[in-house]
Design a protein around this ligand. Structure first.
Ligand code: COI
Length: 355
């Protein structure tokens, strides 16, 4: 159990009011959580302090070699004013899987969850009320040793910041266009693809810019070896409904193990859908689209929630899916998942955690 010291801000900011557009990840609350790590001493000095800049040496290792881990989860406002988290224990576990890959010391899972709850509690007034909005929570660890040799750092900071946010995509729940990237790759097996670390996202930028410039919202990655099998999208996992079955790439080490992905697979199976987690080649996908068997495509992610995909581009093929409308299963999954997250529907799985 952490002994978290709390220092409240003396100059609280104005909290956005109902109806004000929030965007995604632009606005930050009044406070943040910080805890330091020193080799030989472990994690120490857990504290909640006013949100503000942090001081780092220009030689801090994170700035040079990217030894860092991040997570993403949300706090939701229930109709009764309560504040909920969704499966925060899964974020704590995944954080340590990323930490292992990046030689960052473990954060005890219960401390991770306690820290998230504590900082959300201090800034609970910032959890927005409007439908489709939430408080995005960004826990992250950075390596802070001032040292230019390539080695694991001996000191770290674990920080949690909070951002009241709306939909991740500007288009909201309207179907997005996805560019299947055939030049760049994001990750290879044995690399860091399964870890949530900045380097994976830095590696995605060139393709994302290319996709945007061509009028698409995001790039979809193919595997890094054969450039043949579907992996994931820039900010979400991807699922297909093909001939009545739900098909999604299996977790092979180069794909992020999404918590929303896991929850959606669970819901689909509960509802009697056959779900296949397996390799899917882009050729199979294009063939399914041309034969009319590709019924729905959607992405899943904490930020993206359940996002319908209305168009896929692969080389010279542009595939329209569902005539620009949200698929029936996509909509049902969105309603069920957000219903559980916002406390509007029963939660038979014990996923919702009250702060
Ligand atoms: C999330 O869904 O929480 C993510 O971390 C994706 C992000 C890159 C916006």
């Amino acid at each position: 159990m952490l002994d978290i010291k709390i220092q409240k801000t003396e100059s609280p900011k104005r909290i956005p009011q109902k109806g004000e557009p929030l965007g995604f990840g632009h606005i930050f609350t009044d406070h943040m959580f910080i805890m330091n790590y020193t080799e030989g001493k472990g994690w120490h000095d857990p504290r909640i302090v006013p949100f503000g800049d942090i001081t780092l040496s220009p030689a801090a290792m994170v700035l040079h070699y990217g030894q860092e881990m991040f997570e993403g989860l949300k706090a939701y406002r229930g109709d009764n004013g309560d504040v909920y988290l969704f499966r925060p224990d899964m974020n704590a576990k995944r954080a340590n899987n990323s930490n292992d890959r990046l030689c960052i010391p473990h954060i005890p899972e219960e401390d991770f969850v306690q820290a998230v709850k504590a900082v959300v509690d201090v800034d609970r007034a910032w959890v927005p009320y409007e439908e489709g909005t939430s408080l995005y929570i960004r826990p992250f660890v950075i390596s802070t040793d001032p040292h230019l040799g390539v080695a694991p750092s001996k000191t770290y900071m674990f920080i949690i910041i909070l951002s009241p946010s709306g939909a991740y995509y500007e288009s909201g729940l309207a179907p997005v266009g996805i560019w299947i990237e055939d030049e760049y790759v994001r990750a290879v097996r044995g690399g860091m693809g399964f870890a949530k670390t900045g380097g994976n996202y830095a590696a995605s930028l060139a393709a994302q810019v290319k996709a945007h410039d061509s009028g698409y919202s995001q790039a979809l990655w193919l595997d890094g070896v054969e450039r043949k099998y579907i992996e994931e999208v820039g900010s979400m996992n991807i699922m297909f409904k093909i001939n009545g079955k739900v098909v999604t790439p299996m977790l092979n080490g180069s794909i992020l193990p999404g918590i929303t992905r896991d929850s959606i697979i669970h819901l689909c199976r509960e509802w009697g859908y056959e779900v296949e987690e397996r390799r899917i080649s882009v050729d199979e996908l294009v063939a399914a689209a041309h034969s009319g068997e590709l019924e729905e495509v959607f992405g899943t992610g904490t930020a993206a929630v359940v996002s319908p995909v209305g168009k896929l581009r692969y080389k010279d093929d542009v595939i329209d899916i569902g005539g620009g409308k949200i698929g029936e299963l996509t909509q049902k999954l969105y309603d069920e998942l957000t219903g559980i997250q916002w406390g509007k529907k029963p939660d038979p799985y014990g996923w919702r955690v009250t702060v």
